[in-house]
Design a protein around this ligand. Structure first.
Ligand code: SF4
Length: 257
């Protein structure tokens, strides 16, 4: 029976990896990461640094497809209303990966009890359907670990914080170019990592052309139109401050396999 730590590439789940290594026999632990193929090179640097620090290999799980590949397979663009990339590339893969009796550790914080509950409900359903039991642990909640403690731990390791945090992003998913993110997030992406923004714009444009449909990641406009509004200073005062809420993609959508 294994202890699987669901690493997201972010700091909170890295802290959980460290917690697991201090709490359970090293040989029982699987440090598990879903590679979406859209990740920033610095995320791989971060995981590599953690591997060296822990002296423990990380398991990279992927079927080789990126969100872009899925858009063609599904004949649709994923978005916040339809996050099938999170489901197919992360949630379903972890649900298939774990074995009867395993424990999975998630880096959900105490400020996100609704997400913890959602995970418990999803895995209860999966357990019944697949007839394989699983224990779920949320050490950040049970040990009352806040973001300051996580930052202090990371500083103590000497490992550099992932680039996306240093640029002002809240998470380290898909190079910041997440199709579920809101417009304030995409504005920040355009300002900080324009090459990622333009790359997502290319994907959106090509899928639109392929499908011959007026689809977009946002509800009401394309990335290209939004970029023009940024460039022409046409955004409303809503964008004057950069406070926004963003949810980390750890494959916890409501869908089960
Ligand atoms: S981070 Fe966003 S784009 Fe990447 S897999 Fe998750 S939901 Fe999809």
């Amino acid at each position: 029976m294994s202890i699987i730590v669901a690493l997201s590439g972010g700091k909170a789940s890295a802290y959980c990896g460290d917690y697991a290594l201090k709490s359970f026999p090293k040989e029982d632990i699987i440090l598990y990461f879903n590679d979406t193929k859209w990740e920033h090179p610095d995320l791989y640097r971060f995981l590599k640094d953690l591997q060296v620090y822990w002296d423990k290999e990380i398991t990279y799980d992927s079927d080789g497809r990126s969100p872009e590949d899925l858009f063609y397979d599904h004949h649709a663009l994923a978005n916040n209303r339809m996050p099938f990339c999170s489901r197919d590339l992360k949630a379903v893969r972890l649900q298939n990966f774990y074995k009867d009796g395993d424990t999975i550790i998630f880096g959900i914080g105490s400020d996100e009890p609704q997400r913890a509950n959602r995970i418990l409900n999803v895995y209860e359903e999966v357990s019944k359907k697949e007839k394989k039991q699983v224990k779920i642990q949320f050490p950040l909640i049970t040990q009352n670990i806040n973001s300051e403690a996580i930052d202090n731990w990371l500083s103590s390791t000497g490992i550099e914080e992932p680039l996306l945090y240093r640029l002002g992003f809240k998470h380290n998913n898909c190079s910041g170019g997440c199709v579920r993110a809101g417009k304030k997030h995409w504005k920040l992406l355009y300002e900080k990592l324009p090459e990622v923004y333009l790359e997502r714009e290319r994907v959106e444009r090509e899928v639109r052309e392929y499908l011959g449909k007026d689809v977009h990641f946002f509800k009401d406009e394309t990335l290209e139109d939004f970029r023009h509004r940024i460039q022409n200073n046409e955004l409303s005062s809503y964008y004057d401050n950069d406070s926004y809420k963003d949810v980390e993609c750890i494959g916890v959508c409501s869908t089960t396999n």
